[in-house]
Write a protein that binds this ligand. Structure first.
Ligand code: SAM
Length: 244
């Protein structure tokens, strides 16, 4: 059926491309891509050749109307270089405008580094907050961390190797020394997930910035919920009854 198909692609291991993703890409009249060289490699892997058009932050506004126009009669696929489009990647405005135009919007879910890292770290997963990339400037980063410090959820952040140690140090300062995990090169040959407290991890990576792509997972604040005023009053009243 014609429409917009959001297609997740592997984050390292090409074996993670789903049969349905391969099928939709094979049938696409046009594939909107971040980097045509990266997607060309993926298409080669499945033995198909389809037309591609770049879709990234710098040209999205200009090319979006043309893509929307084609969705009425053709299969338009959106992929990013790796993982799920729209997750720290372009695409939400394309989905918004496709919906507004009344086109079919379908998703072909698959790999996502954030979710994959959550499955590796061994930290609570019942509530998590995807933070994406923190700002790189120190002050803005500290503010962004302060904003999420009180949230009772596991935090998921994307980071790069050269900035990892500084990021972990800033997290320890802003959140306290929580348990955390650094997931690296997920689904690739050197996949690893190193766990420890934020300061332990910061020390580990301080002098040896790791290579490759990284997701940082941080445990929720550990302290029990502060007792409410009412609880406090009740506890005091109860204690008073036991005084001689
Ligand atoms: N849309 C993608 C997804 O669904 O995961 C994320 C795109 S974002 C621009 C790229 C970031 O994702 C990297 O800087 C890294 O933090 C994370 N990432 C992507 N692939 C990864 C992998 N194989 N291992 C660890 N982190 C990865």
């Amino acid at each position: 059926l014609p429409g917009l198909y959001i297609v997740a692609t592997p984050i390292g291991n090409l074996g993670d491309l789903s049969p349905r993703a391969a099928q939709v890409l094979s049938n696409a009249a046009i594939i909107a891509v971040e980097d045509s060289r990266v997607t060309a490699g993926l298409l080669r892997h499945i033995g198909v050749k389809r037309p591609m058009t770049p879709y990234h932050d710098h040209n999205a506004d200009a090319v979006r109307p043309g893509l929307i126009a084609r969705m009425g009669s053709e299969v338009v696929a959106l992929v990013s270089d790796a993982g799920t489009p729209l997750i720290s990647d372009p695409g939400y405005k394309l989905v918004r405008d496709a919906r507004a135009a009344g086109h079919l919007v379908a998703t072909v879910p698959g790999p996502c580094a954030a979710v994959a890292a959550l499955t590796l770290a061994g930290l609570p997963t019942d509530r998590f907050l995807f933070v994406g990339f923190l700002p790189s400037k120190q002050q803005a980063r500290a503010e962004a961390i302060a904003e999420v410090a009180g949230i009772r959820a596991t935090l998921v952040l994307y980071e790069s190797g050269p900035r990892l140690a500084a990021c972990l140090t800033a997290l320890a300062e802003g959140l306290g020394d929580r348990e955390a995990g650094v997931a690296r090169e997920i689904t690739k040959k050197f996949e690893e997930c190193v766990t420890g407290t934020l300061t332990q991890l910061a020390a580990r990576y301080a002098d040896s910035p790791p290579k490759g792509e990284i997701v940082v997972i941080v445990a929720p604040p550990g302290a029990p919920e502060p007792a409410s005023d009412e609880d406090g009053d009740a506890a005091l009243a109860e204690a008073l009854t036991r005084l001689p």
